[in-house]
Design a protein around this ligand. Structure first.
Ligand code: BG6
Length: 486
């Protein structure tokens, strides 16, 4: 990291996102030596009036849990040292007083650390609901910007949901855009920080295998699937207002689609990558009602945080079609659901059948390339081989790259950890640019409005099932054929 004082300010410090994701990610970075310079300080900011120690107590358990193992004494010691870096300031999200105090505290830290080069770097992480983004950004701009003449920066990190539809998202972008330059705004989509999502460009553009096959001549259909085997668990206040399309599909899955479908960027510079993502999104044609299946799991409305007349989908299968030379005619099936039979995120690229087959092996199914984002990162290719033995018969088998086996002992960084480090380093490659976000909203807004108007309704499905059978039927219509083996 660059030298100079670094202040990381987590706004919404006592909320769930901060406790479960932001602070544990900072702790992981600390443990890897990234935040150990004495010029680094972390501030928590929220409305609740609590002390530094209260905040530390609230965070501590999450830090130790985040390692997924029992809390060894070394871990506890590290956590204690890390927590000493964390100070707390309470204040409102729209008044001067708290932000003046915050600025003073940051400034005191900067001066006391007497940073080597006198520069000041301030990273504001908004772990907050988007309704307060505009006022918080305004307060930061008024009171808390880097004031050093000797260099540094001020950056802000914002989380989804960025708005509820095209109009509200554009309004929000406009308000923030008046205060900060695009190079200061980091719109986080944590799927872009996942190891196998970051691998997608390497896979496609650094291997000779894929390029000639990656098109409508060879690929029959592509699925991008997200499943969770648990429901909304008391998050109804948030979820019911947004639903699965805004929660997962419009952001996480659409970002994955971009990386699967875009053309090769001129270089790895963030601008070049964002340009290609925007282009492919602009080529998506309007979604047809008959290519959408929505679902709601039985019992969703029994959650006390959900209104009992809710029409909100907890499941959706949507077919996107890309009108360009590479993808015309290839359905991209985006599927996401809560309370299903498993927890998994994967990409399935299904190839066309071999023309003029002489082995009569179609019953084994087609070639399929699967990229499992989680759990247990893996890539495998289903292919037809000769059944070992005296007979000339064929079976389906796999070329399998399972990360756990192949990269034993290599720690795969958590998405938030990687992305926060990028914000400190000033690398926007794995973030969402304003126009990307706009096109993503353009794709989904008409459909979201039809759901709100009651013109598209969710079908009930059983908890622990695959979702509505209508979704499987739609998938079959899109051309997907079940393969065997894995
Ligand atoms: C979040 C959604 O963005 O992503 C949640 O709001 C979802 O509803 C979560 O559970 C999934 O993230 P991950 O990394 O566990 O797949």
């Amino acid at each position: 990291l660059e030298s100079g004082s670094l202040s990381i300010i987590v706004l919404g410090a006592s909320g769930d996102l901060a406790k479960k994701k932001t602070f544990p990610a900072l702790f992981n970075l600390y443990q890897q030596g990234f935040l150990q310079s004495n010029e680094v300080h972390i501030f928590g900011y929220a409305r609740t009036k609590i002390s530094d120690d209260d905040l530390r107590d609230r965070i501590r358990g999450h830090l130790l849990q985040s390692k997924g193992s029992s809390s060894s004494s070394g871990q506890s010691e590290d956590a204690a040292k890390f927590l000493q870096l964390v100070k707390y300031i309470s204040g409102t999200y729209d008044g001067d007083e708290g932000f003046r105090l915050l600025d003073k505290a940051i400034h005191e830290h900067e001066v006391s650390k007497n940073s080597q080069d006198g520069s000041s770097r301030r990273l504001f992480y908004l772990a907050l609901p988007p309704s307060v983004y505009p006022s918080v950004c305004k307060m930061i701009k008024l009171f808390c910007m880097n004031k050093s003449d000797l260099g540094g920066w001020t950056r802000i990190v914002v989380e989804k949901p960025f708005g509820k539809d095209l109009k509200s998202a554009e309004a929000l972008s406009g308000q923030i855009g008046e205060l900060f330059g695009e190079e200061q705004i980091y719109r986080i989509d944590h799927y872009l920080g996942k190891e196998l999502v970051q691998n997608l460009m390497v896979l496609r553009f650094a291997n000779r295998f894929f390029y000639p096959l990656w098109n409508r001549d060879n690929i029959d259909n592509i699925q991008i699937v997200f499943r969770e085997d648990f429901g909304i668990e008391g998050r109804g206040g948030y979820f019911d207002e947004y639903g699965i399309i805004r929660d997962v599909i419009q952001n996480h899955l659409i970002q994955v689609l971009c990386l699967i479908a875009m053309e090769k960027p001129v270089s790895l510079s963030p601008e070049h990558i964002h340009d290609e993502k925007v282009k492919v999104l602009q080529s998506v044609v309007p979604i047809k009602d008959e290519e959408v299946v929505l679902g709601q799991y039985e019992g969703y409305k029994d959650d006390t945080t959900v209104p009992n007349d809710s029409n909100t989908p907890t499941f959706a299968t949507v077919i996107l079609r890309i009108h360009n030379e590479r993808w015309e005619g290839v359905p991209f099936v985006l599927k996401a659901g809560k309370s299903l039979n498993s927890t998994k995120a994967e990409i399935r690229v299904q190839f066309k059948e071999v023309p003029g087959d002489i082995f009569k092996c179609k019953k084994h199914g087609r070639n399929e390339f699967v990229i499992r984002l989680q759990p247990s990162e893996a890539m495998y290719m289903k292919l037809t081989v000769k059944q070992p033995g005296l007979e000339m018969s064929t079976i389906q088998s796999e070329l399998d790259l399972s990360y756990q086996q192949r990269y034993q002992g290599v720690k795969i960084p958590k998405a938030y950890e990687r992305l926060i480090l990028d914000t400190i380093r000033g690398d926007q490659q794995h973030f969402v640019r304003r126009d990307e976000l706009k096109v993503a909203w353009e794709i989904f807004t008409p459909m979201l409005h039809r759901i709100e108007d009651g013109k598209l309704k969710p079908i009930l499905y059983k908890q622990g099932s695959r979702g509505p059978v209508e979704a499987d039927e739609l998938l079959a219509k899109a051309g997907y054929t079940q393969t065997h083996g894995y």
